[in-house]
Ligand binder design. Structure first.
Ligand code: SAM
Length: 247
């Protein structure tokens, strides 16, 4: 990030992360060259402001998304106990909005954390390298974050969740089974959600490229491999929920 006249400008690798790696760095470079992202060149490298990246997301990326049917998620029946860690808590920050001041929300993206309208502590941190001591939390939540993390890193994140949980602590995981690609030109798939957190219903959507083989069985298996017991699982269309417990 560079600051020019008080305005923050992000480079291609930062933009790649901000767009959840939906585009490669080369693709982003091409969008700069074709003026799809309005940017400036500093020392021969492209940079863009938050506003320009948002505009690009709105005008180019969202047009290329295949949306699922609306899925309803009811958090009212979920009890998150004690001190709660929310991994990947930027974006909508659903867990922070739901459980408020008991939540510490971490996310590697400052931009995503700032976007979240939640009343909780927010810390810039990577889920695969948590800076908390062992057994610091009663509960860990991962709400539609695993779908943005590569397969090798997903195991690291679950291992870290296990490490920072107290004995008998619980991990609540929500995510989706990415369906096979139907006949469509659109190269991103997004699940449309309406999440009931009690005081309000939040409509949102989480998107990713087709082709990732992520599903319920994969997470059940990974969770067990890092030491968790499975207490509950529930499938709702393409979305699912798993409640794991540390012995
Ligand atoms: C769909 S978004 C936000 C989901 C969020 N839980 C919510 O309630 O809206 C997924 C988030 O995962 C974050 N993320 C990606 N890689 C991560 C990692 N290694 N550790 C923690 N968060 C990560 C992204 O920065 C992004 O904010």
């Amino acid at each position: 990030m560079r600051e020019v006249d008080g305005e923050k400008y992000y480079d291609i690798s930062e933009i790649c992360g901000m767009l959840h790696n939906r585009l490669s760095q080369d693709e982003i470079q091409t969008h700069f060259q074709n003026n799809k992202i309005q940017g400036i060149k500093i020392e021969d490298h492209w940079y863009a402001t938050n506003e320009a990246i948002d505009k690009f997301e709105e005008e180019v990326i969202y047009k290329d998304i295949y949306f699922s049917e609306l899925h309803q998620i009811d958090l009212k029946k979920i009890l998150l106990k004690g001190r709660i860690l929310d991994i990947g808590g930027g974006g909508e920050g659903i867990i922070g909005q739901f459980a408020g001041p008991n939540v510490i929300s971490i996310d590697p993206s400052e931009r995503e954390l700032k976007e979240a309208e939640s009343d909780c502590v927010k810390i810039i941190m990577d889920g695969k390298d948590l800076k908390f001591l062992d057994e610091a939390f009663d509960t860990v939540a991962i709400f539609f974050t695993m779908m943005y993390i590569s397969k090798p890193d997903q195991k690291k994140v679950l291992k870290e969740a296990y490490r920072v949980l107290k004995s008998k602590g619980e991990l609540f995981l929500w995510d989706l089974t990415i369906p096979d690609r139907p006949e469509t030109e659109k190269d991103t798939y997004a699940v449309k959600l309406e999440v009931d957190i009690g005081k309000k219903k939040i409509t949102t959507g989480y998107g990713t490229r087709w082709g990732k083989k992520y599903n319920l069985e994969r997470y059940l298996d990974l969770g067990k491999k890092v030491g968790f017991n499975v207490i509950e699982q529930d499938v709702n269309g393409e979305t699912f929920f798993i409640r794991f417990k540390k012995s």
